[in-house]
Design a protein around this ligand. Structure first.
Ligand code: HH2
Length: 253
């Protein structure tokens, strides 16, 4: 899954793709590089980011959704607003990626479209989530949350349900590492686990690397999570990740 942020303020690629033509050529480039899903987002969810209106989110999304090359790749839309989710499905999105874990109304709508959903764990909205990093046992709490969301989505008839422990969404470095080590547990939920480790600040905390120099850490996390059974890797660097996975697979005994 290649990340396409149509935002001026995303933590690693903000401002690069807010012109629709640039965004669409980046989507095509990631497809050529081997992305099977492109995840389009129009609102930053980085820690401390602020909320934008539905109108603003749709104004950023629509020019890209209308011209998206659906025949070549799965379109995922990263949004947690119900109206935006509805419009995304009407524009042909096959996956709704909801960083707030989804709602019953979303699950009904997704089921009616025969699409999929990714339910992610976050400890709260982006404005406050890094203030909420207290868990008795982070893996158990996130697992219980995801299991209940997957059950609700399944009960609504959603045919494709991914879960995601939400790295960086209200978690400390140690908590992010514990969640990645537990990828094999999350992989058994629903139709598998999506991991979004790419370029995140935990890599910076571990290595001191600034955001534009976190490729090595991102690849190491992608390979290890893939080994532990992740079905989808949400990454900014598609070319490098696809290459690393191909080499790892060739070397596997
Ligand atoms: N991470 C980000 C956004 N959406 N969705 C899922 N399912 N999992 C993630 O880990 C995840 C996500 C944050 O990364 P990015 O989109 O690059 O940044 P921003 O939120 O600043 O736009």
């Amino acid at each position: 899954m290649g990340v396409l942020n149509l935002t001026p303020d995303s933590f690693s690629d903000g401002g690069q793709y807010h012109v629709p033509e640039h965004a669409l050529s980046r989507a095509l480039e990631m497809i050529e590089q081997g992305a099977q899903i492109v995840d389009v987002g129009a609102e930053s969810t980085r820690p401390g980011s602020t909320f934008i209106s539905e109108e603003e989110e749709l104004a950023r999304l629509l020019p890209v959704l209308k011209h998206f090359p659906h025949e070549r790749c799965i379109l995922s839309v990263d949004t947690n607003k119900l109206r935006v989710q509805r419009v995304a499905l009407e524009c042909g999105a096959q996956l709704i990626n909801d960083v707030m874990g989804g709602s019953d109304a979303l699950f009904d709508m997704v089921a009616a479209h025969g699409a999929g959903v990714c339910v992610m764990h976050s400890s709260g909205s982006p404005e406050v989530m890094q203030l909420r990093t207290v868990y008795a046992d982070v893996v158990e709490e996130v697992y219980a949350f995801l299991a209940s969301r997957v059950e609700r989505a399944r009960a609504a008839g959603v045919p494709w349900v991914l879960c995601d422990p939400g790295l960086g969404f209200g978690k400390t470095l140690e908590q992010n590492l514990a969640l990645m080590r537990a990828t094999d547990r999350f992989a058994k939920l629903g139709d598998g686990v999506l991991i979004g480790a790419s370029r995140k600040s935990w890599i910076g905390k571990l290595t001191g690397a600034p955001v534009q120099a976190r490729l090595g850490g991102s690849l190491a996390a992608a390979l290890q999570c893939a080994r532990l059974g992740a079905s989808v890797l949400r990454v900014h660097d598609v070319l490098e990740t696809v290459q690393a996975l191909a080499v790892e697979e060739a070397l596997r005994l």
